[in-house]
Write a protein that binds this ligand. Structure first.
Ligand SMILES: Cc1ncc(COP(=O)(O)O)c(C=O)c1O
Length: 417
């Protein structure tokens, strides 16, 4: 469900014509719907209502400060994977005691920063990391609250690049080693065992992988109890899929219905880390048609947004629906919709049937709110695009378009070189 709908043949973001936003802020531009973000977040909090829980929004999906602030005001926590994300979350008003920190490569500085801020817990991904956290905590005369991220070896049946919970992946601690790793953690003087964590992948379109993975976690929890270790927080990660095209992924309430029966009667606080399912369909990328080009046996629609602005099609072959911002009932063509970047992999869609656009027309790339701007880069020295949020009839900028000066602002030319 989203709030980007056609009214009188023109695409609107909530109650604002998309073309009006482009007139004010230019193209390309990411546009988000406040209403969709709230509805999606609330779908999670309502689904898990009745069981102690924290919805720790996965900041990597979209870490714009305005978006984090909206979620902070809803009582959301955050799942962060870097010092930068931790900074953003705290700066946006997410209380540190609702922040969990995952990632296989936390640096000493990042560990120190997270300890100083007193986050809820580190989701630890290796024994070596555990040793480092214990060491840093010792120097700071603190106890570090931790969960071990366990790799349950469950296939989430999604794209290999966004699948994370199989044995061959770099993430988490193998199930077979987890008990021993908890024992090691228990002996460490500055480690406080608080929870257990798993995240098996993203864009998961069934509940069964979540259930199977949770069952494995719970049997480990029981084993830990027998070994004198009490788990208070059970973190089931994120990963719920969204409809990009014709997928029909489970809703948060379906996930809750599948997962909560396994938790009733157990004294946990549940943590869920949704990212894509909150932001994905809450945002679009609007781009302008620059040129039409006839190739040999192929038409190209060349637009002003490239793989640097939205890398998902190039990186994962991901599908995004593409629609004209104003429907004109022109004849359909089949074309590759490509950006201006000097890479053959720079495309937003391949062999796509679309209404034949004209130069200057606007087209919208749908479902671009998650892993869109947050994965964008300045490749080919292209300034980062603007981001705008709409709420009802009003809209405002949440990130200004960069200038050419911004591109070189931090560069220096040493005099002696
Ligand atoms: C540890 C962790 N939690 C949560 C998420 C969010 O996943 P999704 O956006 O699919 O909900 C990710 C995504 O990669 C992750 O790595």
């Amino acid at each position: 469900m989203h709030d980007f709908l056609f009214k009188s043949g023109e695409l609107h973001a909530e109650d604002v014509p998309v073309s009006r936003i482009v007139k004010r802020y230019g193209s390309p531009v990411y546009i988000y719907s406040h209403r969709t973000i709230l509805r999606h977040f609330r779908a999670f909090s309502e689904a898990f209502d009745g069981y102690p829980h924290i919805i720790c929004y996965a900041a990597k999906a979209n870490s714009n400060s305005a978006i984090l602030k909206i979620l902070a005001e809803e009582g959301g926590g955050a799942d962060v994977v870097s010092g930068g994300e931790l900074f953003r979350a705290i700066n946006a008003g997410i209380p540190a005691n609702r922040i969990v920190y995952a990632g296989v490569g936390k640096t000493t500085e990042e560990i120190r920063y997270a300890l100083k801020e007193r986050i809820l817990m580190f989701n630890v991904e290796s024994e070596a990391e555990l040793i480092e956290i214990n060491r840093v905590a010792g120097i700071m005369k603190r106890n570090a609250p931790i969960a071990l991220r366990v790799n349950p070896d469950i296939d989430p049946e999604t794209h290999p690049y966004i699948s994370t919970g199989l044995k061959r992946h770099k993430f988490g601690i193998p199930m077979e080693d987890a008990l021993e790793c908890y024992r090691i953690a228990k002996r460490m003087p500055h480690i406080e065992i608080l929870g257990i964590h798993k995240h098996i992948g993203s864009q998961i379109t069934k509940v069964s992988p979540f259930v199977d993975a949770l069952k494995k976690l719970l049997s480990l929890v029981d084993n830990l109890r027998l070994n004198g270790m009490e788990i208070r927080y059970i973190d089931i990660g994120g990963g719920l899929g969204i409809p990009y095209n014709d997928e029909e992924p489970p809703q948060p309430k379906d996930l809750a219905k599948a997962v909560l029966p396994l938790l009733w009667g157990r004294d946990f606080t549940l943590i869920v880390e949704p990212g894509r399912s909150i932001l994905g369909n809450a945002g679009i990328l609007v781009t302008k048609v620059l040129y039409l080009k006839k190739g040999l046996g192929k038409d190209f629609v060349i637009v002003d947004a490239g793989m640097n602005d939205l890398i998902r099609p190039s990186l994962y072959g991901a599908f995004h629906r593409i629609v004209p911002v104003v429907k004109r009932k022109r004849k359909k063509i089949i074309a590759d919709i490509v950006g201006p970047i000097c890479e053959s992999g720079d495309f937003l869609a391949k062999d796509r049937e679309i209404e034949r656009p004209f130069q200057g027309d606007l087209i919208a790339v749908m479902s671009a709110g998650a892993y869109g701007f947050s994965m964008a880069s300045r490749y080919n020295s292209r300034p980062m695009v603007a981001e705008v949020i709409v709420r009802g009839k009003t809209f405002g900028i949440i990130r200004q378009r960069e200038t050419y000066e911004d591109l070189i602002a931090r560069e220096r030319i040493p005099e002696d070189i």
